[in-house]
Each structure stands twice: as structure tokens, then as C-alpha cells.
Design a protein around this ligand. Sequence first.
Ligand SMILES: *Cc1c(COP(=O)(O)O)cnc(C)c1O
Length: 229
Amino acid sequence: MVSIAENLDRVRERIAHAAAKSGRSTNDVELVVITKTHPVEKVREAIDAGQTLFGESRVQEARAKIPELPSNVRWHFVGHLQKNKVRHALPLFEMIHSVDSLALAQDMNRIAQEEGLHPRLLLEVNVAGEWSKFGFAPDKLREQMEALLALPRLSILGLMTIPPLAEEAEASREYFVQLREVRDHLQTEFRVDLAHLSMGMTQDFPIAVEEGATLVRVGTAIFGERSKR
Ligand SMILES: *Cc1c(COP(=O)(O)O)cnc(C)c1O
């Protein structure tokens, strides 16, 4: 069996290759290793292989796992965040990739105020329409951007998307391009810096890097298939 360390090397190589191909620096792309469903022993192997940034998509699971692991590793939250989990999530994660509604952002702002925190986050955009039940439709995001930017506790650092499942990795490219374009328009219209694009998973991360991803979220290519839960 191929080791987690070898898988990590391979993924990092593919990121570097995709970056070079599109004239980008590898340093501008960070690998977020997604640990959901995988036990802490496997996460430790990845840490031993030099990985320091991980992602979880469920607060419950993260609350059990994170305290078991060295405190110098960094965690990002990438899943749908339920409002009743915000208070638990905020202190655990250095970035929330998946803020998908104004109501959630308002709750985060209020709780961050109460807890004395300054959350860093990305806005999840549903660029593919019907496909996902989560995320801002691009038009809705433009409508609500002013209200989002007015929330004083929140640092909005960029956008995230999950494209529709497809057989071919290439099918994701148009959604990655769309996310970048939505970002570019918002930056111009609202004079904000949205430096981060979180896009690309095992299936399609090299394409995401070619299209400007700064954060790729990869699980299966590193830990193998997840068992069904
Ligand atoms: C599980 C998950 C990933 C990783 O998916 P893989 O296909 O295993 O690489 C990335 N992003 C989100 C939001 C996820 O939930």
C-alpha cells in the first residue's frame, strides 16, 4: 500500500506542476488536507510527513479530533456550518471556508463579538445553480455583499465553491473560472480584497490550481477512500 507520506508528495507535485503550467507560484497555493472520517492516527502520519494544515467538515468530529493532535497544526472548516454549532466552531478553526448565508454571517458576527474573536472566512458561492443547496447564488451575493462587509467582526478573505460531481475533472473548470470571475467583479464593485479562492478536491484540484485556487481541499488522494457513514 502506498503511504500517506507518498500520497502527500504526489499531491504536492501535482500542485506544483499545475501552478508552473499556469505561470503561478506554488507558494500561492496551500494544500488543506481534509481529514473527515479518518482517525487521528492517520492525521498524525500526515503531520509526520510535514503537513500542518487540515480541514474538517463536521464540528462534532472536529471537536473530538482536534484536542488529540498537536496544537501547532492549523484547522479550517469546510462543511456546512449549522447556526447552533458556530460557538463551538469559532475557536477551533483559523478559517471557515463555507459561510453560505447572510443569516449565518450575522450569527457569526454576534457570537464573535460575545466571545472576543475575529473570524476569518470565505463565502461559499453556488456557481452551478441547482446542484447545491448551500452557497450564495452569485446575484444574491452581489445584493448582500454590502451587508456582509458591514459586519465588523468578520474578515472576508475570499470565495469557495464545490462544483457538481462529474465523471471528468475537466467538467469542473467552467465553475472554477466562474468563481474567479465572481471574485473579480466583487473586488471591483466593492473595492475589497478577496485574495483567496478555495476550490478543487481530489477529483479536480490540478484544474483548480490552473484557474487560480489559493486553497485546495484534498482528502481521498491522501488518505484513500472514506468508508460510508
Ligand atoms: C470531503 C470534502 C473535501 C475533500 O474531498 P476529496 O474528494 O476526498 O478530496 C473537500 N471539500 C469539502 C467541502 C469536503 O466536504
